[in-house]
Design a protein around this ligand. Sequence first.
Ligand SMILES: Cc1cc2nc3c(=O)[nH]c(=O)nc-3n(C[C@H](O)[C@H](O)[C@H](O)COP(=O)(O)O)c2cc1C
Length: 432
Amino acid sequence: MTSARQMHLGLFILGTGSHIAGWRYPGAIDTFQDLGAIQEIARTAERGKFDLIFMGDNLYADPGSHPSYTLRLEPLTMMAALAMSTSRIGLGATASTTYNDPYSVARAFASLDHISKGRAAWNAVTTSNPASGANFGRDLPDHALRYEIADEFVQVVTGLWDGWADDALVADRKTGVYLDPAKLRSINHCGKYFKVKGPLNIGRCPQGRPIVLQAGGSEPGQALAARTADVVFSVTQDIDDAKAAYASVKKRLPAFGRSPDSLTVLPGVMPVVGRTDREARDKLNTLQSYLDETNGLQLLSDRLGQDMTAYDLDGPVPDLPLTEGSQTFARTILAKARREGMTLRDLYNLNSAARGHWVLCGSPVTIADTLEHWFNERAADGFNVMPPYFHEGFEDFVDLVVPILQERGLFRAEYEGETLRDLLGLPRPERA
Ligand SMILES: Cc1cc2nc3c(=O)[nH]c(=O)nc-3n(C[C@H](O)[C@H](O)[C@H](O)COP(=O)(O)O)c2cc1C
């Protein structure tokens, strides 16, 4: 029997996998620049009836923390290529609101939406690593300012997507009328950070507007998500955290005239699947044995926004303030470290496994049971699946866990509808 509410599943592709040393696992892919391998990953996701495949991005090359994430194809370019080798799955790409212009971003995602026939999604990130600034000639603004800029940025992008009516293109051979000028409009935006006339030189998208993804969980991050996002990627380490983050962002929606169902919350999870719980645990231990202390400490320093090499690795986790970097990761992993009385080494091991996200290790049934529990407890509307490595680390999830979720009526057995909006159960927006 199909339950009324069903999960949504996104696949987060990050380097050769989310475990920072996953590329060392026997048989794992070891480059993220090979389009053929990425196409195979996308086909597996589509076989698993995933809603969305999503690629994160950084704007600098630093092998320090996650070596296989250093080399990557530019996400929008890659998604345009994947649009040609997939037919149903949503295609999400990251573009920074700090180091881009809204006109270019609106145009690029509108193009992806046309190319993919309604499957485009934009992960609007504020960028949290100062290293990016050195490549754009401007320092990373502080946290509050980044979100203020992001707010105006998303508003401009959305306005541009609404510039053309669906029937603005007339192309009447008899009369010679190509466009109806009354059906396109400028936005004439003149704000604090951007001045954009519009309209775009691309017609209204198949989805009306591409899907907006958001992943900032700080106070201003949640406020931005509540105003503008269709999907939120949350960071969590346990179900109570996840329930609190879920409730916190959902309760903000009515203030913007939105229903709680109009926003899909997907906590990140790195599933490590074995035939038995024991085999899964052994697999995780093998992955952890590949960790390199330098990479692990660098990633921990990135997540906490401060240099962690100065501290004793076998001492307690020090009391640290939140910084101008990414606040959610720091808050989430520090809270878990305190709850469990971790040493810094424990914390670095935890953080290296899934870059600060939740690791769920077990047999297919253990994993399906846990995901079902989280879903029923309203800790999640589904999950952002972050395989530790490709391909096996993802194929095990698709071939062993997804069928259990389908049998239980928790996840679709077939694709329905045409666009990513359809998969997410979201209506095509009216032109504002
Ligand atoms: C699942 C997920 C994916 C993310 N992808 C990116 C990314 O591709 N690029 C990026 O710069 N930041 C990325 N982030 C970081 C967030 O967008 C956000 O900038 C960061 O968490 C800081 O915001 P906060 O202080 O509100 O938490 C991601 C975060 C999460 C949870």
